[in-house]
Design a protein around this ligand. Sequence first.
Ligand SMILES: CC(C)(COP(=O)(O)OP(=O)(O)OC[C@H]1O[C@@H](n2cnc3c(N)ncnc32)[C@H](O)[C@@H]1OP(=O)(O)O)[C@@H](O)C(=O)NCCC(=O)NCCSC(=O)c1cc(O)c2ccccc2c1O
Length: 153
Amino acid sequence: MVKPPAHAPEKSLKVAIPVRFGDTDPYGVVYFASYFRYCHHGIEELLRHVGCPPHEYFRNADRGFGLPIVGASCDFLRPVRYGDELNLFVSVLRLGARSVTFGFHFYLQGSPECVGRGQASMTAIDRTWRSCQLPEELRNGLEPYLASEAVDR
Ligand SMILES: CC(C)(COP(=O)(O)OP(=O)(O)OC[C@H]1O[C@@H](n2cnc3c(N)ncnc32)[C@H](O)[C@@H]1OP(=O)(O)O)[C@@H](O)C(=O)NCCC(=O)NCCSC(=O)c1cc(O)c2ccccc2c1O
C-alpha cells in the first residue's frame, strides 16, 4: 500500500493508467465507458496483488464460481485527455457475506485533485448462477483494503 492523496481511502492499491488512443471521444476527452474499463483493470490488479490472479482465478473450472458485477457507478469531475497519465486508487468499501464493493479514485499523476470516482460491486455465484459465500481466500486477501472495519459474514 502507498500513501494516497488526502481524500482517497488510506488503504488502497495505486494503479497507473495511461490514457490510450481509443479511450477518448472525438474531442480527445476520456469517454465514460473507458472509466469502467479502468475500474475493472483496477479490480484485476488488486486481485493479482492479493494472490488471486484473475486470469487463473476467473477461469477456475474446478472451483465452479463466478464474480459478476451487479452494480457500478462513476462520477466524472474533470476532463481527462489522451496522453494524460492517471493514478487509480482501488479500495474495498464493503465486504459482505456474498459480495464485495470496490471503491475507485482517479487522479492526474502529480496532482492532488480527484478527477473521477466510482464504485462497483461483485457478487459470488455458484455453477447454477445462484449467489453464494465469497471464497475465503478472496475475503482474506481483500480485508486489509477495507476502508472501515465493518465486515459482514
Ligand atoms: C448475481 C445475481 C445472481 C445475484 O442475485 P441474487 O438474487 O442472489 O442477489 P441478492 O439480492 O440475494 O444479493 C446477493 C449479494 O449481492 C449483493 N448485491 C446484489 N445486487 C447488488 C447491487 N446492485 N449492488 C451491490 N450489491 C448487490 C447483495 O448485497 C448480496 O451480497 P451480501 O454480501 O450482502 O450477501 C444476480 O444479481 C445476477 O445474475 N445479476 C446479473 C449479473 C450480470 O449479468 N452482470 C453483468 C456484468 S458481468 C461482469 O461484468 C463480470 C465481471 C467480472 O469481473 C467477472 C469475473 C468472473 C466471472 C464473471 C465476471 C463477470 O461476469
